[in-house]
Design a protein around this ligand. Sequence first.
Ligand code: UD1
Length: 422
Amino acid sequence: MDSILVTGNGPLNGRIPIAGAKNACLTLMPATLLSDEPLTLTNAPRLSDIRTMTTLLQSLGAEVTTLQDGQVLAMSSHDLNNHTADYDIVRKMRASILVLGPMLARDGHAVVSLPGGCAIGARPVDLHLKALEAMGAELDLRDGYVHAKASGGLKGGKVEFPFVSVGATENAVMAATLAKGTTVITNAAREPEIVDLVQCLRKMGAQIEGEGAGTITIQGVDRLHGATHPVVTDRIELGTYMLAPAICGGEVELLGGRLDLVGAFCEKLDAAGIDVTETRDGLTVKRRGDRVQAVDVVTEPFPGFPTDLQAQMMALLCTAEGTSVLEEKIFENRFMHAPELIRMGASIDVHGGTATVTGVDRLKGAPVMATDLRASVSLILAGLAAEGETVVSRVYHLDRGYEHVVRKLEAVGARIERISNQ
Ligand code: UD1
């Protein structure tokens, strides 16, 4: 298994291009199942999660062709010949559940494996299933699979989520586009990835209102047609690389960066002593003083501080002046990076969903292990400013969500290399 060697050094300077959003692409791809005409996505990120979704769609009979070095995905679901999403693929990636709503809406039946456990908590799919039931789906859970049927097609209904779920909102919106009548989703997720999905569905002929607000209304249509759509910028990749100059000093421009994607995150950066400025091509980040200040962070659904940036923010706060409290409100068990950061000399106390971080002068390089996608990149960020060498193992997590991480950080002056351990 490969590992990444990071040697702490000085300030970082230059530009980093930000890719299309993994999480948007993973919901835009299953949208191809809603139409028998081609759907083409541009600005797609080159990631192993995207390859897993490609394999899943192909297993259902969809054609997926990657063009322009993987940045364009040309898809067609003209000849779907299988309606079962197999455990072997679904277990690799929870987002696989997003094929359920579209397949059921289009053909009235679908069988999808339950995703199973996950390193960052239990992560059930009950809200996805309740939403589809509200549209008239009959569901049967057996042998680890959801067997879904909608004889005569899905019908518009009232979907009231007890709390916000990004994935359940996406499944519900896609399913409702082809349901008969009107569907109203309350307590819908407002993430930019949902807005991006709705914009794409609208190009395909869907009638949807209210995306980005808490209530989404969908008027079902008989069929959707083909479209071409650019994937929105990855706000998590953006936030991650914004932290590189915040931790190391220097000035880095994030190409394609947009303030509206990272508002709550930027407020915390400002409080920590980091300047973020809009430029013609994106955002520039620069630390104001020699050391950042402690800040408290609570993760929340969008527009709040994203859980997917919590681990990286913790890496920053490890060397802040003062004590910061990070509260994780979205997922249980999402502080697995803390023991690894402690191995690098950080002072962190975790109690339940709260981590208290007292800044130290400098972290020290150490061998550490990535436990999930965002944890792995937080360890790389910590290693960039640590004294000596940090070796991050289990980097396959990283390949799920960050394209060319070594190349992008090297380009701004980081000392980082991938070590292949065959
Ligand atoms: C998506 C993102 C993930 C991000 C998360 C929260 C994708 C592919 N992944 O995950 O990177 O961290 O949003 O911003 O887009 N829940 C239930 N029942 C359900 C569904 C969710 O209890 O049926 C719970 C989850 O366990 C979690 C919370 O709801 O505690 C929010 O999860 P959700 O928003 O659904 O996350 P995902 O869509 O899986």
